[in-house]
Design a binder for this molecule. Structure first.
Ligand code: PMP
Ligand code: GLU
Length: 397
């Protein structure tokens, strides 16, 4: 047996990817699984973006590019931040990476020393605490349950900050809850942050365009916060481009340069063809983004209505992203005669094996009383999945 590092030994595998893999394996065995586990748009990447990628190959854009991305893409992202978010960034402040996942991880690696604390509101995206651990930092979890709309309060933030706090990770719209912070709520958090200069915010805005409440609010737009905030975003969700692996940060120049140095030593530039595809996404017609948003909004209404019909579930209406995160703890202790449901992961496994619906237990999101369903799938799949889930829940006693 190889000696494995303590860093990798401590790490948990990604629960979202594990559940998606498991559901793909069962599907390959011919079992009719409905996959509500992974958070990935079911749409194809829009045609004009795919054509731009083909053109990039034909034009010979197949070599190394500058580590932080081709100049045209960094410029297009800076223009997007100006036009859509009202924020002024120079292209040098934009670093393009292999997906927003790498962008978050790069930033944590650039900012944290051993013993530093990273504040992570729960429910959280599964990878945040693991990335903080990879950086040698200590995750500090602040709990925001369904009763507070899954959003932390300024008082909770104030209580969690210590002299060792280096980073707050704030994800809005949120994976896994769909909660969206309003501009006023962000202002109130900024009031706290302005009193604690040692804290930098990683603002994960990957679901910016999947918002059902109107305009996206960015923490970087709050007074005094742009100098302290690293915006993370990318093309995966807004343009249905998960496989292309393009994300970015927009950050104060010193942080941008630090992540560029890191990236230059371990992954270099993100794929050249993908960068040209992302350029077409940002420069092209934005109608496709709105069409997908409208489809997600319709599906959200459908899944929320059907989920509310399941006895024992409590549902908070999501304002963004494409997840619903019902509380299912009223079912804990119940049995179908074969097994007892003790945790949300037990419940997700029960749904997978008995209802053939893949979801993800809330344990991995720091919220053991809930479970996550992604509604980035067809209306028919949503209807059939919830019919099966309701029947499976009704068999529990
Ligand atoms: N942040 C959040 C909150 C996400 O849900 C995801 C989806 N995997 C990412 C970042 C990473 O996205 P990407 O596909 O760009 O790496
Ligand atoms: N963000 C998606 C999810 O939460 C993709 C999988 C992942 O990278 O975790 O399901």
């Amino acid at each position: 047996m190889a000696h494995l590092s303590s860093t990798v030994t401590r790490l948990q595998p990604s629960a979202t990817l594990a559940m998606s893999q498991k559901s793909a394996e069962l599907k390959a065995q011919g079992i009719d699984i409905i996959n509500l586990s992974v958070g990935e748009p079911d749409f194809d990447t829009p045609l004009h973006i795919r054509l731009a990628a083909k053109q990039a190959i034909d034009d010979g854009h197949t070599r190394y590019t500058p580590v932080p991305g081709i100049p045209a893409l960094r410029k297009a992202i800076a223009a997007k931040l100006k036009n859509e978010n009202g924020l002024d960034y120079a292209p040098e402040q934009v670093i393009v990476s292999n997906g927003a996942k790498q962008s978050v991880c790069n930033t944590l690696l650039a900012l944290c020393d051993a013993g530093d604390e990273v504040i992570i509101p729960a429910p959280y995206w599964v990878s945040y605490p693991q990335m903080a651990l990879m950086a040698g930092a200590t995750p500090v979890i602040v709990e925001a349950g369904i009763e507070q709309g899954f959003k932390i309060t300024p008082a909770q933030l104030e209580a969690a900050i210590t002299p060792r706090t280096r980073v707050l990770i704030l994800c809005t719209p949120s994976n896994p809850t769909g909660a969206v912070y309003t501009a006023a709520e962000l202002d109130a958090l900024a009031d706290v942050l302005r009193r604690h200069e040692q804290v930098t915010v990683i603002a994960d805005e990957i679901y910016e365009h999947i918002n059902y409440t109107g305009r996206h609010a960015s923490l970087a737009a709050c007074e005094g916060m742009k100098e302290r905030t690293v915006i993370v975003n990318g093309v995966s969700k807004a343009y249905a481009m998960t496989g292309w692996r393009i994300g970015f940060i927009a950050a104060p120049l010193d942080i941008a340069k630090a992540t560029q140095k890191l990236q230059g030593q371990y992954t270099s530039n993100p794929g050249s063809v993908s960068q040209y595809a992302a350029l077409a996404a940002y420069e092209g017609d934005q109608q496709c983004v709105e069409e997908m948003r409208q489809a997600f909004a319709r599906r959200k209404d459908l899944i929320v209505a059907l989920t509310r019909e399941v006895p024992g579930f409590e549902v908070s209406e999501p304002d963004g992203a494409f997840y619903v995160f019902p509380k299912c703890s009223a079912l804990f202790g119940k049995t179908d005669g074969k097994r007892v449901i003790k945790t949300s992961t037990d419940f997700a496994l029960y749904l997978l094996e008995e209802a053939h619906v893949a979801t993800v237990g809330g344990d991995a999101f720091g919220s053991p009383e809930c479970f996550r369903m992604s509604y980035a799938t067809s209306d028919d799949n949503i209807r059939e999945a919830l019919r099966r889930i309701k029947a499976a829940v009704e068999r529990l006693h």
